[in-house]
Design a binder for this molecule. Structure first.
Ligand code: GLV
Ligand code: MN
Ligand code: MN
Length: 421
């Protein structure tokens, strides 16, 4: 096993690698790497070179997930997945998702050539954020067989469909079924920054995730009447943007008075989009989350009702469309216990917590046991260039990961499990 100094060296390398990947961007001035955009080729090249240097076999599946395989003691042994996502939000930080992939590579390096009774498949999911197509988790959905025709036909703001984006990247959408989980997968482990203030407030480097809240992503399209801003009296307008604005305030109010609910309108677009033209169309997104699926669904129904009533009062119509309805997910109890022990062995307190952010692990958990280990996020800041990590926490995460692999390698209960895929 590596010394504390060795884990620290690996942690330094991991942080430098995250920073290097942050420079591979669609935008000159910041990090933006959406699903199968041009810089994803560079990102794959870079991460592949690290994997190949460790003797891993690298491939890219038909939805663009980067997969590096480190074999186990023999060819017949099962495998585990370790990883996270390689796509980013616009103007992103360097660590959300990326750190989980880089740490997975670091964990393989920490084995120093030692083989375990399972292979390790390091996975860099191609899409988790939902930025380009409004639908998150395209990468992990392919592993559980949830990329359907509707998703493939969905278009980005330039009219490019998911199917076409896959083809343009040089991949074959007809081969997506080959990306599915194979029967030899024992589980998935994901390291991720917390993206919130809890661990920092407690002064703890690492946390074990017990559950991930459910979320809906929706699109609300208000349609009114385009007209002249100077000549149309205020009492005879059907202003789609004003209707959307009133509804956005209703969204915030409902979330403020509903315990545990978070609801966000993070995007709005008005057409035709000129200062002197009353908007005929306004399209807004809704991201709504709650630990209780029932509370989330009730709140969502209420916001549709309020949108319809606001629209009707203003002589505007509303079409609400669900892009994602993801139930809350409990992480695998056995793996959670193992993670707790591994965190303790690394000398830290295993704080048990829920995740308000979505993660690929919640999709994989439908079919295989999955666990998430959180790293403290300085200032609780994420989805922003100022996102950061502490070097010592990254070293502790690597040490915890090493202990976790060692524990699983000697657990008959784990090795005896079969995949539900
Ligand atoms: C992922 O970043 C999410 O939106 O939860
Ligand atoms: Mn993430
Ligand atoms: Mn994110």
């Amino acid at each position: 096993m590596l010394t504390t100094f060795g884990f620290r060296n690996l942690a330094e390398k991991a942080i430098m690698r995250c920073q290097k990947l942050a420079s591979l961007s669609e935008d000159a001035g910041g990090t933006r790497r959406t699903f199968l955009s041009a810089p994803v080729h560079d990102c794959h090249r870079e991460v592949s070179s690290w994997m190949k240097a460790l003797g891993m076999t690298v491939s890219v599946d038909a939805v663009g997930n980067l997969r590096g395989f480190y074999p186990g003691t023999s060819s017949g042994v099962p495998r585990i997945l370790v990883g996270s996502h390689l796509d980013t939000v616009p103007n992103a930080g360097a660590f959300d998702g990326i750190l989980g992939v880089v740490l997975a590579v670091g964990l393989v390096e920490s084995l120093d050539g030692q083989k375990l009774p399972f292979g390790i498949e390091v996975i860099g999911f191609s899409e988790e954020e939902g930025v380009r197509f409004g639908v998150p988790f395209i990468g992990s959905r392919a592993l559980v067989g949830r990329v359907d025709e509707e998703l493939l036909g969905r278009k980005d703001e330039h009219g490019v469909s998911v199917r076409k984006a896959i083809q343009d990247f040089g991949l074959n959408p007809n081969e997506i079924s080959k990306a599915a989980l194979s029967a030899d997968v024992l589980g998935h482990i994901e390291f991720h920054i917390e993206q919130g203030p809890v661990l920092e407030t407690l002064g703890q480097p690492l946390g074990v995730v017990e559950a991930i809240v459910g979320q809906n992503r929706m699109e609300f399209a208000f349609s009114g009447q385009v007209n002249h801003a100077g000549t149309t009296p205020m009492n005879s307008r059907h202003d789609a943007l004003a209707a959307a604005a009133e509804w956005i305030v209703a969204v915030e109010r409902l979330a403020q008075r509903t315990k545990g609910l978070v609801a966000t309108v993070g995007f709005i677009e008005a057409k035709p989009g000129a200062a002197n033209v009353i908007a005929g169309e306004a399209r807004a997104t809704l991201d709504i989350r709650h630990a209780s699926d029932r509370a989330r669904t009730e709140a969502m129904d209420e916001l549709i009702r309020q949108g319809e009533s606001i629209a009707a009062r203003r002589g505007v119509t509303l079409k609400a469309r669900t892009l994602l309805a993801q139930r809350a997910v409990v992480m695998d109890p056995f793996l959670r216990e193992q993670v707790k022990h591994a965190i303790q062995k690394a000398g830290c307190e295993p704080h048990r917590m829920a995740s308000g952010a979505g993660h690929d692990a919640m999709i994989l958990a439908e079919k295989i046991p999955a666990a998430i280990i959180f790293l403290r996020t300085p200032g609780g800041v994420s989805h922003d260039p100022s996102e950061s990590v502490h070097l010592d926490d990254v070293a502790k995460a690597l040490e915890c990961g090493f202990h976790l692999l060692t524990q699983l390698a000697t657990s008959q209960e784990f090795l005896g499990r079969t995949c539900r895929a």
